[in-house]
Design a protein around this ligand. Sequence first.
Ligand SMILES: C[S@@+](CC[C@H](N)C(=O)[O-])C[C@H]1O[C@@H](n2cnc3c(N)ncnc32)[C@H](O)[C@@H]1O
Length: 342
Amino acid sequence: MAELVDALVSNTNVFGRAGSSPALGTSHKNALVVMVTAGDFFYTITSYRETNVHCFIENSVNFENRYVSIAPDRVLTDFRMKFNQVQQKLKGVPFISDINAKKLYDFIVENKVENILELGFAHGTASCYIAAALDELGLGKLTSVDLKETKDVFQPGIEEQLTNLKLTEYVEIHRMQTGYNWFLHNEIKTCSNNEKNKCVPKYDLIIIDGPKNWTIDSSSFFLSDKLLKDNGWILWDDYNWTYAQADKKRDQTDGVTHRNLSVEERETPHIKEIFELLVMQHPDYSRFEIQEASNWVWANKLTNRAGEKSISYKHAYTLPALMTHLSLKIYKKIKLLFSKVS
Ligand SMILES: C[S@@+](CC[C@H](N)C(=O)[O-])C[C@H]1O[C@@H](n2cnc3c(N)ncnc32)[C@H](O)[C@@H]1O
C-alpha cells in the first residue's frame, strides 16, 4: 500500500482538497479515492465509471499524514501499470502469451467489454488477465468453462491464481463432464426461457480456446453465435495448430487419439478451417483479424447489416513468423514440384 501511495504522489496531479465529503471514512473498490490531510478521510468520487477513473485501494487504510489527490483524467493512463503487476504474478504459468495477454487486456479496457465467456481456461492464466481488465474497468463478469477431469491436472489452478490476485469476484467457474458444448446448451436454454422462446444473447466477447477440433469447435461456433450480442466479438486461439504438430509431444489431445485421424485431418489446422469455411462465410460476421504470429483470430458480429459487410484481414506478422511462413510456402511448392517430376 505504501508503494501505491508513493505512485499516486509521484504520478498524479495535485489539485487541491476534495471538498466536503459525504463519504467520510469510507472507501470503495475501484472508485477514485482522494485523501486529504485533515483527518485522513477518503473521498469517493461516485462518477468514476463514467470518467473511467480507477484506483486500487480496497479498504480504508491509514495513510498517516500523506497528502494525495488525483486528477481524474490522469488516472486511467497512470494506472495501466496494473497489467504489468498481473503479468509479474502470472509469469511462467501457461498458456496465454505475453503479446496476446496485452492485446486482450487492452481490448477489454478500451472497449469496456462487460460480459465475457472463456471456453477452455486450463490454469486460468488468460482468465486472470481478463479479470484484471474488468477490475480496471470496475465492472463486468467473466464466465470460464473447462472440463471436470482437468481440475487437478492444471496446477496452479484457476482458483488459486485468482485468489492470489484478489480477483475472484469477477469470475464464475464451470467445470463440465463432457465439455463446453453442453455448457453452451445450458446457456442457450436459460437464455431462451421467455415468451417467444427466443435465445436472448448475453455475451460481448467469447473466447474459444479448447480442443481445436473440427467436430467440437464447429459446433461451439454456432452455439456461441446464439449467445453473442450484436457487435460482439469471437476470438479463437490456435489458428494454425494441427494434430500433426502435437503428435511430436503426445499421442492424444483432449480425448482425440491422433492415430485415429486421417492424414488430412492430422495435417489440416482445424480452427483455420472453421474460420474460413464457417465464420467468414457467415452473413453476420465481418472485420476479421488474423494474427498469424500469435495464432489468434477475431471476428465481429454485425447482425442484419449485410449491406455494410466489409471483410478485412489483418495478418499481424512478426518478422520471424513471416520468415517461417514464407519458408513453409517455398518448401511446399518445392515438394509439389518434386512430386510432379517423380
Ligand atoms: C490451451 S488450454 C486454455 C488456455 C487458457 N485459455 C489460457 O490461455 O490461459 C485449453 C483448455 O481447453 C480445455 N478443453 C479441451 N477440450 C474441452 C472441452 N470439450 N470442453 C471444455 N474444455 C475443454 C482443456 O482442458 C484445457 O484446459
